[in-house]
Write a protein that binds this ligand. Structure first.
Ligand SMILES: Nc1ncnc2c1ncn2[C@@H]1O[C@H](COP(=O)(O)OP(=O)(O)OP(=O)(O)O)[C@@H](O)[C@H]1O
Length: 215
């Protein structure tokens, strides 16, 4: 279980999260909805250990998180993968698509090679795209690479923050199917943040509206 307890986040004087508690269960898809600006992405960043809250605690399978971002313990950090809405903001524009997919494997000292090809195939990227750089592929193709990168270290939790909002219907359906297949195979827990109620209805087996989290 990925659990956030009594999380408070402030940006300057603005309180973005006020003692919010939230759980992502393994093996299921937890949907999180709510109006723009209510704090969903902030919660996603806390749950993926990218943002240190001002107060509150996060535990990953019962293990407390004591450090955040690059300083978080590697085995905790790699248990959780975050997929953002805008792939162009989430990649290094100098890398090739293959290098983007293999980044976490390289950081873990594991050669990408065959695994990169397998991951690319899983998300529907053809081989000819692997040597291109981000400006030479579409948003949908780049988001496919980001999903492959997120799956590369087999995380226990996947946080999808408006993962398909920018994409056409067929790419959206494919990436949701990829995430679901990964969950079925590994028992990972998924957090699906989306404004799209129809998608939420199809995808999530438990839906939480942000206002339910506010005291
Ligand atoms: N880096 C930042 N600095 C200052 N304020 C921020 C920062 N990031 C977010 N905020 C503010 O914190 C609040 C919560 O933002 P957040 O992005 O978490 O909301 P959200 O629910 O994900 O919104 P959306 O659905 O539009 O993506 C908003 O009022 C936002 O303006």
């Amino acid at each position: 279980m990925l659990e956030a307890r009594e999380i408070t986040v402030r940006y300057g004087r603005q309180v973005a999260l006020d003692r919010v508690s939230f759980v992502v269960e393994p093996g299921g898809v937890t949907g999180l909805g709510g109006p723009s600006g209510c704090g969903k992405s902030t919660l996603a960043r806390v749950l993926s250990l990218m943002l240190r809250p001002a107060a509150g605690s996060v535990t990953v399978d019962g293990r407390p998180v004591r450090r955040w971002r690059q300083r978080a313990a590697r085995e905790l950090r790699t248990r959780i993968a975050l997929i953002y809405q805008q792939p162009r903001l989430a990649v290094d524009p100098r890398l090739t698509v293959a290098e983007i997919i293999a980044e976490p494997l390289a950081a873990a000292g594991r050669p990408g090679g065959d695994r990169t090809g397998e991951l690319a195939a899983e998300v529907g990227l053809t081989r000819d795209l692997l040597t291109r750089r981000p400006h030479e592929v579409s948003d949908g193709q780049l988001q496919r690479a980001c999903v492959a990168r997120a799956l590369s270290l087999e995380p226990g939790y996947l946080i999808c923050d408006e993962m398909t909002t920018m994409l056409d219907a067929s790419t959206q359906a494919h990436l949701v199917a990829v995430v679901n297949a990964y969950r079925d195979r590994t028992g990972a827990g998924v957090l699906a943040i989306t404004h799209d109620d129809a998608l939420m209805g199809r995808w999530a087996d438990r839906v939480i509206k942000f206002d339910q989290l506010i005291r």
